[in-house]
Design a protein around this ligand. Structure first.
Ligand code: ATP
Ligand code: MG
Length: 243
């Protein structure tokens, strides 16, 4: 035993304590347990870095779960509100098994962002998750002045957007047609192409036909779900944003 070990054992004994002796097997098991705990913590941090880099835009950072969804808020459209939440819930369950794209469309204040967030919150921890307001992303990209720090931050955000398993792309198509063509189209195509095999959840005021006037087909075909069960139409609902 080393000198320091010995004096430490003596100190313990003076306090009436006996150091715990581990058998080699117990020690090996403990080391393995510690290593697993460290790995789990590291993996959780890795997953969390994506959400932490989210661009919330006007949304503030918020969370919404299926329990928060109140169909009665929609009055006479209560049944429709139930149906869209059920469809979103099914989508969430299916996403747990396999990643695919999802689209919510409908008027402002009908709950598109809320249900997209509910899906994100309900997914298993095995997926990394991120939220990006398309409007904020565009504004960060096209600042009228050059800001080195912002550019570096943006490079990280865009890398995470390509890598993350499940990405909400909020307020898709909100920019005017001219803007979309000139600025956002290129950004979106590169992103969409890099995200093959992952899940991108878009929320938009426009349906697929209206979006076709704004973006090219190569981008849309990579983002808009082919399966109608993965397109959630919030069309009959009313604006219930509390002001
Ligand atoms: N059925 C609902 N139950 C509870 N809260 C709701 C419901 N629908 C909407 N809300 C609330 O109303 C507000 C607007 O909803 P949300 O932001 O999801 O709408 P949106 O369709 O994304 O609107 P926009 O097109 O303007 O982005 C939010 O505060 C949300 O929590
Ligand atoms: Mg929204």
């Amino acid at each position: 035993m080393t000198d320091t070990m010995q004096s430490w054992v003596q100190q313990l004994r003076a306090k009436g304590l006996e150091p715990k002796k581990l058998t080699p097997e117990q020690r090996a098991a403990k080391e393995q347990q510690d290593a697993q705990a460290i790995t789990a913590k590291w993996q959780a941090q890795e997953r969390n870095k994506y959400l932490a880099a989210s661009l919330w835009g006007d949304e503030d950072k918020r969370s919404f779960t299926f329990e928060d969804w109140q169909p009665t808020k929609q009055g006479e459209n209560e049944q429709t509100a139930r149906n869209v939440a059920n469809q979103a819930y099914k989508v969430m369950k299916e996403l747990d098994g396999q990643l695919f794209n999802v689209m919510f469309y409908g008027k402002a204040g009908t709950g598109k962002t809320s249900l997209a967030l509910a899906i994100l919150a309900g997914l298993t921890e095995k997926y990394s998750k991120m939220f990006v307001s398309l409007v904020e992303w565009r504004d960060m990209t096209y600042k009228p002045f050059h800001d080195e720090k912002l550019q570096q931050e943006l490079a990280v955000v865009e890398k995470y957007m390509r890598e993350v398993d499940v990405l909400i792309l909020d307020d898709f198509g909100k920019e005017t047609q001219k803007e979309a063509k000139e600025k956002v189209a290129g950004m979106l195509f590169r992103l969409a192409d890099a995200r093959k095999g992952k899940a991108t959840i878009i929320t938009s005021n426009d349906n697929a036909i209206a979006l076709a006037n704004k973006y090219d087909n190569a981008t849309l075909s990579r983002l808009i779900p082919k399966n109608p069960a993965h397109v959630i139409a919030m069309v009959k609902l009313k604006d219930i944003r509390e002001v």
